[in-house]
Ligand binder design. Structure first.
Ligand SMILES: NC(=O)c1ccc[n+]([C@@H]2O[C@H](COP(=O)([O-])OP(=O)(O)OC[C@H]3O[C@@H](n4cnc5c(N)ncnc54)[C@H](O)[C@@H]3O)[C@@H](O)[C@H]2O)c1
Length: 335
């Protein structure tokens, strides 16, 4: 089976790519290696690229694998992608993870989010729609951020739209574009709404990375609101759920599903930080600040649908173990 994965050198994309290669899928991986979230993020992306090449080199059965450094907002790059896809006679599943993902940065640079989230998605869909060698099966990464203002735990059918950031509205816009493409052009669509993912090579603009960073540098850790909580979700569980979504397309030709990928286990940020202290065997000062108006106070995923449709299984008893794995990885880059 041929898979096109966008954003494949990103934090979640890497674990999805790794698993796809290990499972023997043919893979075209696209990423423009942007410098969002600074130098260390570019180092992470290049390191992930090396690791993927190693996995591929070590695999016994050589499937097709190619990484293309392309920018989905550029028509000339979309043409290059089209030529590449022709070489392997088509794509069965597109997994679209490429995006600008941070909430805070989106307030400062909303146009980047409109370009890299909405326009890039539209250009990708144009390609999928026009070409009969690409199946119209698409998995799209959305976010818990679309839920602000809805009752907890968040259920997929909740429909209050109360966006707190350009990031959230660009993701919700993409969800709606996909809904239209499902209705008008018969796209099969699975939208996965991820909830605060953490793990090795954690995206450096995210809280988990910042907490480890400040701890290791003996700087204070800032928490925006004393009761703020998150449904922390381990990155490899997120990747497994994403890959399991591929099965939904088998023998099914009229799919439009929105599925939460969280942990159904909200934990206060302050308790999470204390767990990080325990795992790292080190402490630093915690400073509680005011809530940020652009951040949700709490997230909590109802994962009934993920369990039913994706065989999704979260392991909430081992948070400490997963934080340890994250710590062991991040400390190599932070120290
Ligand atoms: N990490 C989370 O907790 C989380 C939560 C909810 C949703 N998501 C969504 O999941 C997806 C992956 O998130 P992530 O944390 O891995 O982010 P990430 O920034 O690490 O990965 C995104 C990748 O997309 C690439 N990219 C961006 N614009 C591109 C373009 N125009 N052309 C080609 N490549 C481009 C970037 O270089 C990056 O490697 C995103 O769509 C994000 O919105 C993530």
């Amino acid at each position: 089976m041929n898979v096109l994965l966008t954003g494949g050198l990103g934090f979640i994309g890497f674990f999805v790519a790794k698993s796809l290669l290990e499972k023997g899928y043919n893979l075209i991986l696209v990423d423009n290696i942007n410098n969002y979230a600074g130098k260390i993020n570019v180092i992470f992306k290049n390191q992930r690229l090396k690791e993927l090449q190693k996995i591929y080199n070590n695999s016994k059965k050589k499937n097709y694998y190619n990484f293309l450094k392309l920018d989905l907002t550029k028509d000339k790059d979309i043409l290059i992608l089209e030529q590449e896809i022709k070489k392997i006679s088509g794509i069965d599943i597109t997994i679209h993870l490429a995006a600008y993902a941070g909430v805070k940065y989106s307030l400062k640079y909303p146009e980047k989010y409109i370009k890299n989230n909405i326009i890039a998605t539209q250009k990708l869909l144009n390609l999928v729609n026009k070409k009969d060698f690409i199946s119209k099966n698409i998995i799209f990464s959305s976010t818990s951020s679309v839920y602000d203002g809805n009752p907890l735990p968040f259920k997929e059918e909740n429909c209050i739209t109360n966006f707190l950031s350009p990031y959230s509205y660009t993701k919700f816009c993409c969800e709606n574009i996909l809904k239209t493409y499902h209705k008008i052009y018969n796209f099969n669509v699975v939208i996965l709404r991820y909830f605060t993912v953490f793990g090795p090579y954690n995206r450096p603009d995210m809280a988990t990375f910042k907490f480890f960073y400040n701890l290791l540098k003996s700087k204070p850790i800032y928490i925006n609101g004393k009761d703020i909580s998150r449904d922390w979700t381990y990155v490899e569980s997120t990747a497994i759920a994403t890959i399991n979504a591929i099965n939904l397309f088998k023998n099914n030709n009229n799919i439009f599903e929105i599925i939460n990928i969280g942990s159904d286990n909200p934990i206060k940020v302050i308790d999470y930080v204390n767990l990080i202290f325990k795992v790292a065997n080190k402490e630093t000062k915690i400073v509680i600040k005011d809530y940020n108006p652009y951040e949700m106070k709490s997230t909590w995923a109802d994962i009934t649908k993920a369990k039913k449709l994706l065989n999704y299984n979260v392991d909430n008893n081992n948070l400490e173990y997963y934080l340890k794995k994250t710590f062991e990885n991040l400390k190599k880059y932070i120290l």
